[in-house]
Structure formats: C-alpha cells, structure tokens
Write a protein that binds this ligand. Structure first.
Ligand SMILES: *[C@@H]1O[C@H](CO)[C@@H](O)[C@H](O)[C@H]1NC(C)=O
Ligand SMILES: *[C@@H]1O[C@H](CO)[C@@H](O)[C@H](O)[C@H]1NC(C)=O
Ligand SMILES: *[C@@H]1O[C@H](CO)[C@@H](O)[C@H](O)[C@H]1NC(C)=O
Ligand SMILES: *[C@@H]1O[C@H](CO)[C@@H](O)[C@H](O)[C@H]1NC(C)=O
Ligand SMILES: *[C@@H]1O[C@H](CO)[C@@H](O)[C@H](O)[C@H]1NC(C)=O
Ligand SMILES: *[C@@H]1O[C@H](CO)[C@@H](O)[C@H](O)[C@H]1NC(C)=O
Ligand SMILES: *[C@@H]1O[C@H](CO)[C@@H](O)[C@H](O)[C@H]1NC(C)=O
Length: 915
C-alpha cells in the first residue's frame, strides 16, 4: 500500500493533452485516505495474463519489482539481441524518476532493431502495448534524437523530444495477426534510436475494438471528478492503464466512498478509484459541456465513456441524459447504474480539431448528467500485412538451424528493408513473400534444411561458399519458382538428383554446383535423362521398340550361352542342393491331383498346388505354361537345368520342370503364405496387417534374394519382373523371390506376352530401361524400390485416383519433402513403427527409384541398409520389453506421429542416403 501518493505519481508523467476552458485541480490532502479505501480492490498484475514488463537496458537477466507501482520488471535481453545498454545522465535522475526510466537500450548499429515478444495468449487477441522513452542525455551528446517506432511492419509513432528530461509515453491497442509482436525502432537519420521501457498487457476480447478492427492509439485517458490530482494506474487499475485527473470549467464533482463494481466487474475491469468520482455541471439545469482541443482535423477519434451512478436515487428521482459529440447524438436516454460501470462507445469514429462533448439532461430527469471517465483513441489503420506466416516460420527455422548471425530481427521483409540476404516480393498491402535468400559465405555447416522447401515463392537461392554437407536434396528441385540455385563451394556429396539436371538442361534453373569435390556431377552421373512417367509406358510403348529389345536379348543369349553355363557351374556349385529333375506330364497330373487346386494365375500361366509322389509328399507349386514350340527347344532345357541349380534361402527354389514338347511346366517350392501383394493393399482387409518388423524382414529377405541373383551369380541374373506378386511368403513369413530367370526362358513370339510380361509390370518398370533398352541389375533395383515403397505405404504401385492414376513414386516424393510421415506410412500400422526406421526405409526406397540408373544403389548396399534397420528394430523391441517391467513402453504407440512431426527435419537430414 502506498504511503504517499504525491511521491507515487511524480511530475515526470506527461500530461499530453490540450485542455480548453478546463483547469487541473490539484489536491493532495486527502490522497492517503482515498488510497487506503481503495486497497480492497487491488489486484495483482499477475492476474492479468499476457503482461510483459521490460525495463530496457538492464543488465542481462536482471529483475526487480518497482518500489512504487509494484510491477515486476525484467531485463530485455530475452527479447532483443542488438543494441547497447546505457544509463541516463545523473543530473536527470531524481528520487521521483521511476526506476524503469533510468536505463535504456540504444541502437547505434543498423537501420532497424526489433524487440520480439510472444505473449502466451497468441495472435488475434487484444493487447495494450506501451513504450516509454526518456533521453536523459545518456550519450553525453546533448542532442535529441528523432526516430520511428513500428509495430510489426506498420509505423506506430514518430518520436520527438522537447528536452532531455521529456518523458514520452506511447500506447497502442493492437490485435496482432501473428503470434509474435515485433516492436521495431527505426533510424530515420536523425539520431540514434533508443527505448526505456516496454510493456504489454492483454485485454478481454470484448473490450477495446474499433469498428474497423484497426489499432487504437491512445490520445487521452481521463479520470473525472478526482479531488486528489493523482494519476491512477496499477495496482488500482489491474491493467495498468494510466488515468489522468481532469476537471472541466464550470464543472462540479460528485463522489462516493462506496466501491464501484464490487459485486461483479465488466470486461473493461475499470478501477473503482477512477469510477467513484465523477463530474457534473455546477448548474444542475445546464448540460455538462467540455471540449478537447485536438488540433488535428484529419485524425479519426474513437471514444469510450465510462459511467456509474454514485448517488442512491430515491423513489421518483432519476438521472437520464443524452450524449452528443460535435453536434452528433451518440446516445439518448443514458441511465447510469448505481455503483456499477457502463461503457458507451462512439458508434463510429469522429473527426475534428476540437471534440465538443455535450451531455444534456433528458426532460423528465431529476438529476443532472455525470461522467466518470473518458478514453479517447486515434484510429490508426495498419494497412500493410506482415510477411506470410509460412515464410516466416521457414526462415526462422533456417535462422536457428544455421545459427545465422546477421542481425535478423522482426519481420523478415519490413519495415525499411528485408533482412540482410533476403529479398521479398511487394504485393501491395498483401503479405510479403520471400523471393530470394542469399546466405553466401556465411559460415554455414550441416545439411540443407528441409524448411527451405516451405519458401514456396523462392526464386533465387545462394548458399555458396559455406561448409554445407550432405546430399543435394530433391525438395529443392520441387520449389515451383526457383530459377537460380548456387550451391557452389560447399562439402556436398552424393549424386545430384536428376530433376535438377533436367531443369538445368531445359533452362528453367540456373544451377551452380562447382567446388563440391565429393559431389557426383561428372558426365557418367548426369548423362542420362529419362521420363519418370512410368504408368503410361506399357500402354504407349510402340511395339517395335519392344520387339527390337527382344531381338537384341535373343541375340545376346545366343552368343553367350555356352560360356555362361560353364561359368555358372563354377559360381553356383556351392549352392547346388537338389538334382535338376525332369518330370513327365503324367507325373504332373498325379502331383497336382489332376490339376485340382489353383493357387495363382500369372502372366506365364496357371499355378497349381501339388504333392511330390516320391514318398516325401513335399508340397510344390506347379506352374503350367502355355504351350509353345520354343519351349521344347534345347535352349529351354539348358536354361531350366541351370535355374534348378540356383539355391538361396530367399529364392523360391526350382524343384524341376516338365517339357514334353506340348506341355511345359515348372515346379517350385510351395509357399504357404502366398504372395506379398495380397498383404500390401490398404484396401484388402482379408489378410492380417503385417507389422513393421515383419515388413522390414520381408524387405531384407527379398533384397538378399536379389543380391544373390545380381552378385552371387556369374554372370548376374536380372530378374526383370520384381514386384509384390513375385515375392512369396512361406508359413514362417519368410520371403522368397519367385519367377526369377523365367523371362529369359520365354523369348516367345507371342506378342501378347511381350507387352505385359517380359518388358516388366506397369508401375515397377525402370524408366531408363524403357528409354535406353538397356537392361541391367539396376532395373531390378528400381522395381525393388517400388516394392519397398509399397511395404512402407501399403499402396499399390499405381494409385488409382478419381481423375488420374498416380505412380507411387510421384505420390510419395512430395510427402517425403514435406516430412509428412503421417500420410506416408501405411495407416493400418496405427502408428506402430519407429519413425527413424521409417525415414531410413523411405530414403532407401527413394534412392532405388532414382530415374538415372547409375545413381541407384547396388543390391548389396540396399541389403546392408535394411539390415541396419532391422537390427535397430530388434534392439528397440528388446528395450521395450525391458521397459515393460517398470517404465511405460515408449517405442510403439500412436505418438509416433507426433514425434515424427517434431523431428522430421533432423531425421531426413540424418537419414543415410544410399551412397
Ligand atoms: C521538458 O519538456 C516537457 C514537455 O514538453 C515539459 O513539461 C518540461 O517542463 C520540460 N522540462 C524542462 C526542464 O524544460
Ligand atoms: C472472444 O473470445 C471468445 C473465445 O475466445 C470468442 O468466442 C468470441 O467470439 C470473441 N469475441 C470477439 C468479439 O472477438
Ligand atoms: C468527495 O466530495 C467531497 C465533497 O464534494 C470532497 O470534499 C472530497 O474531496 C471528494 N473526495 C474525493 C476522493 O474526490
Ligand atoms: C453485474 O451487476 C450488474 C448490476 O448489478 C447487473 O446488471 C449485471 O447483470 C451483473 N452481471 C453479472 C454477470 O452478474
Ligand atoms: C416524461 O414524463 C411524461 C409524463 O410523466 C411521459 O409521458 C413521458 O413519456 C416521459 N418521457 C420520458 C422520455 O421518459
Ligand atoms: C529485390 O527484388 C526486387 C524485385 O521484386 C528488385 O527490384 C530488387 O533489385 C531486388 N533487390 C535485391 C537487393 O536483390
Ligand atoms: C550473394 O551475396 C554475395 C555477397 O555477399 C554476392 O557476391 C552474390 O552475388 C550474392 N548472390 C546473389 C544471387 O545475389
């Protein structure tokens, strides 16, 4: 409680209004008693959420409670990184000078320096922002500076001082459109900007709102009828509004000792001390009349008048009056409520170099009009929208990721000029967009952050001459407007995604990658360009291309056959387990029990279930092939013999074949689990959902099968038709690749095969194979990448849409760039997967489906990546099992999604791209 109000409200506080025909009544005698009676209604400022009280220029981390106002102030170092702390000259310090004004922060460097505050209530709420300035000759220059203050990107006020001890208070009521409130001090060339104190208060949203929603700059805040001359603020006013005493000429006062709003308060939360005094005309029969001289004919004023009846009116007595301003009636028949506040606002803004208030008694009223308090604001529309929030978030992320030290503060694009290194589009008053970013020679390390992909309007990006490492990320090529990209002089490694090279070649992107010694930009890496649009391939391929391909293959086979067999024997020797066995057609009939059970249908024919009649009753699958003259050839015989010698735990082994010239069949190991395709589709509910670990295991099994074909076999065997339906599962869910080598067996004339089978399957087909007609192991790697993507996402290779079908790669890439794991991973997993593992698998699959084949990894590399994934998963499972005894199991729950969104950037960057 204050002991002396004269001390508590010293003369430093300005009285910034112009009164005409009015007098200040200064009375101090009763002030202590009045203050004491108001004590019961004091509230703590802490009650008012969102208050920020900054004493600018305090030493880092310092805090104190103002001895007079009892407001707790903090230093400003958490809100700004630039500027110099100073104290005002000692001759301007007196006992009366509020503590917050004794220090200040000045800004000798930079055109604009911004405080950044983030009140917990967030955007779209009503805030009172008050900035206080006292020059006090802090710099011993004795030269009064002039400068501007901005709220965000809009000018709030221009600061001028009458003398070195002139305290200037600026107050604005503002509804910030973004989460951060930026207060920027702008150097206009007339001296160094500074600031002494900065305060933010949060108001209830039903209070101070202008008709247009535009900010309100405080013009006057008056307490009528006060006999003490005291300026009332916190903690009489819970919001720390400052009420200046005001008494007009030929006005009397009335007051009450009772408390106003003791039962309940309005949202304005008006201080009782202000409301319990009021003014009234000295002559009861005259209207209450006063005039404020604004001297500003062009400003739009907005009025809040606060009333409370202070007299207990008797039966038959009444106080009713009309209010008009500059001759316009604002409200008729106002009846103040006894000891309760009512606020009346002007229905629209008012202009005039004088504001002429007239409160006139209604005809039947027995009592004259009164007025307890008045607030006058100037409407200050903020025309300019701040920078697009997505751009702000992205650039803030880049700033923190790279620890950019360029004095980046406030809005990235305005006021005055954008951040150093940025350029923004000027869209009139619409939000600014960032169109160029130049962080050349800024000492950046680490990888290229994914948040760059959110700068959608970016046209120019220069990250040259830093120490950026990692790969050139694909998402950069997906920035729709990017026209120049300079990544030169860094430590980038790995291949350059083909889309960059395509864009660079067709002139839509000026690409500079020089000076990255580990980056693969040489001609072997970027010589091939190819269309990625797989889905159409099989349907629009001109037939002659395919025919040509097969002519070449056929020729190749003929010329190398003999040599190959010889070599194969050596290479496959150790893998030999079963004798190659030829079955007769009669045997096939017995084995299949006269073709009783069909277990599948493929391009080569129908697959039947059977039991060997050799006493073991071994289950087998028998693929009965469509008859063809070629099948009976010596060549088929040799190839089939060869294939039966290939054995690997992840290859469905050949049991034998039948070839009697008319009927051709292949017998292979029966796989009780059926093919993978049946498990993949998110739409197929008939099969149980494969767990994440099972998927990893299946991917690894299949990869090992392919690795054996590619690397274990000499010469390598290219499968040519890797797809989910050719990956079979046994009863232990072990995966084996089926149908390998079959395409070689059937270089048949039948062209119906050619277009569908031998070229590959739509969606899995290597786009480069299509354009180059060159078939390599990398074609299988591509197809395997699609299988991996399917395992992760549970989607088919071609996703059928309403209007168009989408290839799974084209569907997944933008989601990966966005880090949108939630929409990528098979929803049936219900989040039961490890995000690191998922990202890693995605990375592997994307590296497999690169359109340029030589940029794809070899299968042995894929195998080692998948092994790592599976090992991590097993380790996770074990630690989770340990946790079950005590701690909550954390690895497998639905929060994986939440985790993924918060850490996706890091994970993508750290993900091991296939090298
Ligand atoms: C400084 O300026 C303020 C505001 O104009 C004025 O009230 C005050 O008297 C001046 N002080 C001196 C010492 O001139
Ligand atoms: C005030 O806020 C409440 C809840 O936040 C909202 O329902 C209401 O519409 C807001 N009123 C105004 C005038 O914005
Ligand atoms: C209340 O009114 C009385 C008589 O008019 C006056 O003496 C007294 O100072 C007033 N009190 C306040 C707090 O204004
Ligand atoms: C607050 O008090 C006033 C006057 O007694 C009354 O008119 C109003 O309805 C009250 N409001 C609430 C929410 O109690
Ligand atoms: C004033 O009083 C007269 C007679 O009692 C009544 O007819 C009239 O409606 C009243 N006017 C107002 C504004 O209350
Ligand atoms: C920023 O972009 C504008 C076009 O929007 C251009 O006129 C200006 O020269 C650019 N400034 C810099 C520094 O690149
Ligand atoms: C980026 O800034 C550097 C100097 O800091 C300059 O040499 C380079 O030309 C700028 N890049 C672009 C694209 O403007």
């Amino acid at each position: 409680m204050k002991s002396s109000s004269t001390k508590s409200h010293p003369p430093w506080l300005p009285v910034p209004f112009f009164l005409v025909f009015c007098l200040h009544v200064i009375a101090t005698a009763e002030s202590s008693r009045v203050a004491a009676s108001a004590g019961a209604f004091r509230r703590k400022l802490d009650d008012i959420a969102g208050s920020i009280d900054i004493d600018c220029g305090l030493p880092t981390g310092a805090t104190y409670t103002d001895p007079i106002t009892e407001i707790p102030y903090i230093a400003d170092d958490a809100y700004i990184t630039t500027g110099v702390n100073s104290e005002i000259s000692s001759i301007h310090i007196s006992d009366d000078l509020p503590v917050p004004l004794r220090t200040l922060r000045s800004f000798p460097e930079g055109d604009r320096n911004c405080y950044s505050m983030r009140p917990p209530e967030g955007r779209d709420k009503i805030y009172l922002i008050r900035a206080t300035f006292l020059y006090g000759n802090y710099d011993d220059n004795d030269r009064l500076p002039e400068f501007d203050v901005f709220v965000g990107v809009n000018r709030w006020a221009s600061l001028r001082f009458d003398n070195a001890s002139h305290v200037v208070n600026k107050e604005i009521i503002h509804v910030p459109p973004l989460d951060h409130i930026y207060i920027c001090l702008v150097n206009t060339g007339l001296g160094t900007p500074f600031i002494s104190a900065l305060e933010v208060r949060h108001f209830h949203n039903s209070t101070y709102t202008s008709v247009s929603g535009a900010p309100l700059v405080l013009y006057e805040r008056l307490d009528f009828g006060s006999a003490t001359g005291e300026i009332i603020r916190y903690n009489d006013d819970a919001y720390d509004r400052m009420w200046y005493p005001y008494n007009c000429y030929s006005c009397g006062t009335i007051n009450t000792t009772l408390t106003i709003d003791s039962v309940n308060r309005t949202d304005f939360n008006l201080p009782s001390k202000v409301m319990k005094t009021a003014t009234r005309p000295t002559d009861e029969n005259k209207p209450l009349s006063f005039e404020l001289n604004t001297r500003e004919a062009t400003l739009d004023f907005y009025i809040y008048m606060h009333f409370a009846e202070l007299e207990a009116l008797q039966e038959g007595e009444s106080r009713v009056f009309d209010i008009s301003l500059n001759g316009i009636v604002l409200r008729r028949n106002v009846v103040p409520i006894y000891l309760h506040s009512t606020t009346i606002t002007s229905p629209q803004s008012v202009r005039g170099s004088k504001l002429n208030f007239l409160l006139s008694k209604s005809m039947n009223s027995t009592h004259p009009p009164i007025l307890n308090a008045l607030e006058v604001f100037v409407i200050r529309p903020f025309w300019q929208s701040p920078t697009d929030q997505a751009d702000v978030d992205a650039i803030e992320d880049i700033k923190s990721t790279y620890g950019v030290q360029k004095g980046w503060q406030g809005d990235p694009c305005a006021p005055i000029h954008p951040w150093n290194g940025l350029n923004c589009s000027n869209n009139g008053y619409r939000p600014y967009r960032i169109i160029s970013l130049n962080l050349s020679s800024s000492g950046l390390t680490g990888q290229i952050p994914i948040s760059l992909s959110n700068l959608h309007m970016l046209e120019h990006l220069d990250l040259s001459n830093n120490s950026i490492s990692g790969e050139v990320p694909l998402f950069l090529s997906e920035l729709p407007s990017l026209r120049t990209l300079n990544l030169g002089g860094n430590q980038l490694s790995g291949p350059v995604p083909s889309s960059f090279i395509e864009k660079s070649n067709n002139g839509s992107l000026i690409l500079s990658l020089h000076g990255n010694p580990k980056l693969c930009t040489q001609s072997p890496c970027k010589k091939k360009k190819s269309s990625i649009f797989v889905p159409v391939i099989a349907t629009i391929v001109p037939l002659f291309v395919i025919t040509l391909a097969f002519l070449i293959l056929w020729k190749y086979k003929r010329s190398t056959k003999g040599k190959r067999i010889g070599k194969s024997h050596g290479a496959l020797g150790s893998g030999m387990k079963l004798e190659s066995r030829e079955f007769t057609y009669q045997e096939i009939i017995r084995i299949t029990d006269n073709f009783r059970t069909i277990i599948g249908k493929g391009g080569f024919g129908v697959v039947y279930h059977g039991h060997l009649d050799d006493g073991t009753r071994t289950e087998v699958a028998i693929k009965l092939l469509s008859p063809s003259a070629t099948h009976g050839s010596i060549q088929f015989q040799t190839e089939a013999q060869l294939l039966t010698r290939i054995h690997h735990k992840n290859l469905a082994s050949f049991v034998g074949y039948c070839n009697d010239g008319t009927n051709v069949a292949i017998l292979y190991e029966y796989m009780a689990g059926g093919d993978l395709e049946k498990y993949i589709s998110v739409l197929d509910c008939s099969r149980r959902v494969l767990s994440w670990k099972e998927r990893l295991q299946i991917a690894l099994d299949a990869a090992q099968g392919l690795e054996y074909l590619h690397i274990g076999c000499k010469p390598p065997i290219v499968h040519r038709d890797v797809k989910t339906s050719n990956i079979l599962l046994n009863d232990k869910m072990q995966a084996k690749i089926a149908d390998f080598g079959l395409s070689k067996l059937f270089p048949v004339e039948s062209q119906s095969y050619l277009s569908t089978r031998v070229v590959g399957t739509v969606g899995y087909l290597d786009p480069e194979y299509y354009t180059s007609n060159r078939l390599t192991e990398k074609s299988d790697v591509y197809s395997f990448g699609i299988v991996l993507l399917q395992l992760i996402t549970g989607r088919p290779a071609i996703i059928v849409g309403h209007n168009e079908n989408t290839h799974i790669g084209n569907w997944a890439r933008p989601l990966i760039a966005k880090g949108d794991l939630r929409n990528l991973v098979d929803p049936r997993l219900l989040g039961n997967f490890d995000t690191n593992s998922a990202w890693k698998l995605l990375e592997v699959s994307i590296s497999c489906i690169r359109s340029i084949s030589i940029q794809r990894p070899m299968m042995n590399h894929v195998v080692s990546e998948l092994k790592e994934c599976l090992d991590a998963e097993v380790a996770n499972e074990e630690s989770a099992r340990v946790n079950e005894d005590g701690e909550v199991e954390e690895e497998f729950n639905n929060d994986s999604f939440a985790m993924s969104s918060s850490t996706k950037g890091v994970e993508l960057e750290q993900g091991p791209e296939a090298r």
